[in-house]
Design a protein around this ligand. Sequence first.
Ligand code: AP5
Length: 214
Amino acid sequence: MEMKNIVVIGPPGAGKGTQSERISERLGVPHISTGDMLREHRDLKTEHGKAREYMERGDLVPDKIMYRILDHRLKKDDTEKGFVLDGFPRDISQAKHLECIEKIDIVISLEVEKKNILKRLTGRRICENCGETFHLNYKPPEKEGVCTKCGSDLLQREDDKKEVIKQRLKKYREKKLPIKNFYEKKGVLRKVDGNKDIESVWNEISVILEEFIK
Ligand code: AP5
């Protein structure tokens, strides 16, 4: 069977995780989020747990750590039919690294205005147990502060505080153009208007996926 390797890029809070989950379900391939993997390492206090200090400042984690985590993950059997990668690559060196290990079929770029990004990040809440993502206004849980899926408490991410958001956005802006140009030249970049509501963004992505798997 042909592999389906998808990358989702976009600013912090663009909806990469939200839409990657749906792509993963639609294509039957794993959702691989480098942010989630780093948070797991942090919580388990592994050797890569030191990445925490970079994340807390809103800085990019050094490539050496990222490559070890990603390469290890992509070797797992569940990526045989493909994957949807969220949070990697963040710059040209990472894009070139990825190119050396995997062929990328589609890069979905979620285009979102700054005012929407700020609302999304400050209103985001995550389940401390299962990791399900909610939003106070756009995807509220049935009961305030409680995960609708598993009933555990909802928390705000440490890096969703205003000062850290500012730094994350700065880092994103510094790197975004070269990476988009890189994939545009390869003919795999597909821009999606990420300002719309979750369902409308998904509808636009679905059209791209249907064309691809036809
Ligand atoms: P990471 O976890 O990847 O953070 P990010 O890229 O900043 O992206 P987010 O997870 O904040 O947002 P998202 O786009 O997934 O949005 P979501 O779907 O949750 O990385 C964290 C840190 O790890 C980095 O800062 C860095 O330090 C490090 N790191 C990770 N990868 C790295 C790498 N490759 N190299 C170096 N360092 C790395 O949506 C956000 C909110 O909005 C949610 O509440 C959601 O419900 C809501 N929402 C989503 N879509 C919509 C919509 N269409 N309308 C309204 N609300 C919406």
